[in-house]
Design a protein around this ligand. Structure first.
Ligand code: PR8
Length: 470
């Protein structure tokens, strides 16, 4: 790696995405990238994990079409207002102009809810909990960046639910938050959960709860959102049901989603100056075996390496038998973030031992060959906790408190991080704070506020976090 992880994060990120063969960024459409096989394997494991969590909580996977007719897309006034600048339209079939323009889904509410209206008849049909893993398209005008701000979001994991009461929808919001916490915890991605201010909620939602993480450069990234939609969409799409009293009522809905950004966070938070450090849970290769050949011992080493590979069959193992120097191999696998390297040479064989090298701490140690399976298992678990813990510590170290506009600015803009401060809760004052500090309010924390508002000096009603986001 030429670039340094923290000091030059943005360049580090671009370099690592390319050199570790995560994406090919040369596709000739802006904001659209190619998943390379190594990156795609990481992506598959992330998708597998969210599927497992959603399936275990009664969600069912489905697949809705990519194309949405204009009349459905335009039905919900706030939703269309929020998305109209970002929609790609299909206007022609061959040379024929279509009578009904078709939107490429920027998200799937307006594809799914007309069908929910057909499926839901009575309170007994609910809760209905559906999810899909699809690509979505958003014509982003801000600076596009691989996995972070995409025009084709390739890994949109969106869930949509319908309920027979407002309480049940509220309970669903809590379940969704718990699912996402489990997901990010498993990946070692630390987060802050907050409620977005009203002016920043999802178009058409009653309220939005968001997960943000903090990147090594101090910028925040929104990595998941959970929206309580109330009855806004069910009124528009006529999703009605017969309640136990025999009356017709509009359904209560929620939706929530995660994108490729979770993979951006995985790569960004678990790196260092040598490249990626993948969590063993998602690493395409968990253990790389590097044979150390000596002139006349090559055959012996090769046959022992074969046996070792067999002994390690519970893990994702790769033997690097390329005809290049071991040092060059170490460099490549460090860049690609393989959590553990095993070296085996004539001396190890003689002593009945193998050498292990941890990618996270760089620690190098030798273990008896007879215990290798157990020691590899233990070490991978330790690497996973070490990376998780380091990411959490790094993030917490970037959260400061601020009592004045000046402090907000200096903490966020100069030192790079996030601040906690207090606010009166009034929109005009909130926007004023954002303008004068030149920093955004990310969200409202679930904490009792004390003291005064950093904007107007009146009694504080809310504890908020502020930062600069991607
Ligand atoms: C919804 N409807 O759509 P959301 N590139 C990468 N990731 C992105 C981008 C982008 N251009 N835009 C958003 N995200 C709801 C919930 C169905 C699911 C990521 O919500 O618009 C962000 O992390 O908030 C965002 O939190 C998530 O997709 C969901 O998008």
């Amino acid at each position: 790696m030429r670039e340094r992880w923290k000091e030059n994060f943005s360049e580090w990120y671009s370099e690592v995405i390319e050199r570790a063969e995560i994406l090919d960024v040369r596709y000739p459409v802006k904001g659209v990238y190619v998943w390379r096989p190594y990156g795609f394997k990481i992506r598959s494991r992330v998708v597998e994990l969210i599927r497992r969590i959603l399936d275990a909580t009664g969600h069912e996977e489905a697949l809705f079409p990519l194309l949405i007719p204009e009349h459905e897309f335009a039905k919900e006034a706030k939703h269309i207002a929020g998305f109209e600048d970002e929609v790609y339209w299909v206007t022609h079939g061959g040379l024929t102009e279509l009578k009904v323009k078709l939107a490429l889904r920027p998200t799937s509410e307006t594809a799914i809810y007309p069908i929910f209206a057909l499926w839901i008849r009575s309170h007994a049909d609910m809760p209905l909990k559906i999810y899909q893993v699809v690509n979505t398209f958003r014509y982003e005008t801000k600076h596009t960046r691989p996995l972070i701000r995409l025009r084709e979001i390739t890994t949109f994991k969106e869930a949509h639910t319908a309920h027979a009461s407002a309480e049940d929808a509220e309970r669903q919001v809590q379940e969704a938050i718990a699912c996402y916490k489990r997901f990010f915890d498993a990946l070692g991605v630390p987060y802050i959960v907050s409620r977005r201010p009203d002016w920043d909620k999802f178009p058409g939602a009653e309220y939005t709860v968001a997960f943000d993480t903090i990147f090594p450069d101090g910028r925040t990234l929104q990595i998941a959102t959970v929206h309580n939609l109330g009855q806004n969409f069910s009124r528009t799409f006529e999703i009605t049901f017969e309640n136990p009293q025999g009356e017709q009522e509009y359904a209560y809905q929620t939706c929530y989603g995660i994108s490729d950004r979770v993979i951006a966070a995985l790569l960004a938070l678990h790196g260092d100056d040598s490249g990626l450090c993948l969590m063993p849970e998602v690493a395409p290769i968990q253990v790389v075996v590097v044979p150390i050949w000596f002139k006349d011992k090559k055959e012996l080493v090769d046959s022992e390496v074969e046996k070792l590979k067999e002994e390690l069959r519970d893990f994702r193992v790769h033997v690097d038998a390329r005809d290049i120097r071991p040092g060059a191999k170490y460099y490549d696998w460090e860049l690609k973030g393989v959590p553990l390297r095993v070296e085996l040479g004539p001396r190890d064989i003689e002593q009945g031992r193998v050498t292990l090298v941890r990618r996270d701490t760089g620690e190098r140690f030798s273990v008896p060959r007879s215990e290798v399976r157990e020691r590899v298992r233990e070490t991978l678990e330790e690497i996973s906790s070490w990376l998780r813990e380091r990411a959490r510590r790094e993030m917490e170290g970037r959260i400061h408190s601020a009592q004045s506009i000046e402090e907000i600015r200096s903490q966020v803009v100069e030192k790079g991080g996030v601040v906690r401060t207090t606010w009166c809760g009034r929109e005009a004052c909130g926007k004023g704070i954002e303008d004068s500090a030149d920093v955004d309010i990310l969200g409202i924390l679930e904490e009792e506020a004390q003291g005064t508002c950093v904007g107007c000096g009146e009694r504080a009603e809310r504890v908020i976090i502020m930062g600069r986001s991607y």
